[in-house]
Design a protein around this ligand. Structure first.
Ligand SMILES: CC(C)(COP(=O)(O)OP(=O)(O)OC[C@H]1O[C@@H](n2cnc3c(N)ncnc32)[C@H](O)[C@@H]1OP(=O)(O)O)[C@@H](O)C(=O)NCCC(=O)NCCS
Length: 158
């Protein structure tokens, strides 16, 4: 059954929890560290908590924080980043989780276009993003976590 999520500004306690999230071998690009804590706490990066009735299920960010250095972001769009808590990944809740983030983004920021930058090899996330209405519009090499990686640029209308 699809869970219901609430999206609210990230608190200090939630940021501290999320800054310790790691996703296992091969997923280092998406791991968080203590170095992510200051941006998570900075209002300009628009980090949010995504919670279900039980607890913190993931986090999302909007705008600059969701962009990858070197990406082709000339076209106006709202960049979206989302990360489910590692313990919840792979449980079949990806679509409802991403849909909740997208619904919140549309209701809050009224973007004409939503955009995601996702690692080319992150097939699981790409599948979920396609299922929530995103299509691939390009590919690029960008800098993330100190290395150069290949990314897909995906968009959907707001
Ligand atoms: C992206 C994310 C929210 C998706 O949530 P999830 O819990 O992994 O997703 P689900 O388990 O609901 O679904 C995964 C889908 O990918 C499929 N999948 C799993 N492994 C796959 C693989 N190696 N190749 C292709 N598809 C795969 C599953 O079958 C499922 O598709 P289906 O619903 O059509 O059967 C979550 O993985 C996440 O936050 N990951 C860490 C951070 C991240 O990748 N963020 C995105 C950066 S932009």
């Amino acid at each position: 059954m699809a869970l219901q999520y609430q999206v609210t500004p990230l608190t200090a306690e939630q940021a501290k929890a999320a800054s310790g999230w790691t996703y296992g071998p091969g997923c280092g690009l998406y791991d968080f560290t203590a170095a992510d804590l200051p941006p998570m706490r900075a209002p300009r990066y628009r980090y949010h908590a995504v919670c279900d009735a039980e607890a913190l299920a993931g986090i999302a960010c909007f705008g600059e924080a969701a962009q990858v250095q070197g990406g082709p972001y000339r076209r106006p769009a709202l960049d979206v980043g989302c990360s489910m808590a590692p313990a919840r990944v792979g449980a079949g809740q990806g679509r409802s989780f991403v849909a909740a983030v997208v619904d919140f983004a549309i209701a809050t920021y009224a973007p004409i276009l939503l955009r995601l930058s996702v690692a080319e090899g992150n097939h699981r996330a790409i599948r979920v993003f396609e299922a929530t209405g995103f299509i691939t519009i390009g590919r690029f090499a960008g800098i993330a976590r100190g290395g150069i990686h290949r990314f897909l640029l995906m968009t959907r209308v707001g």
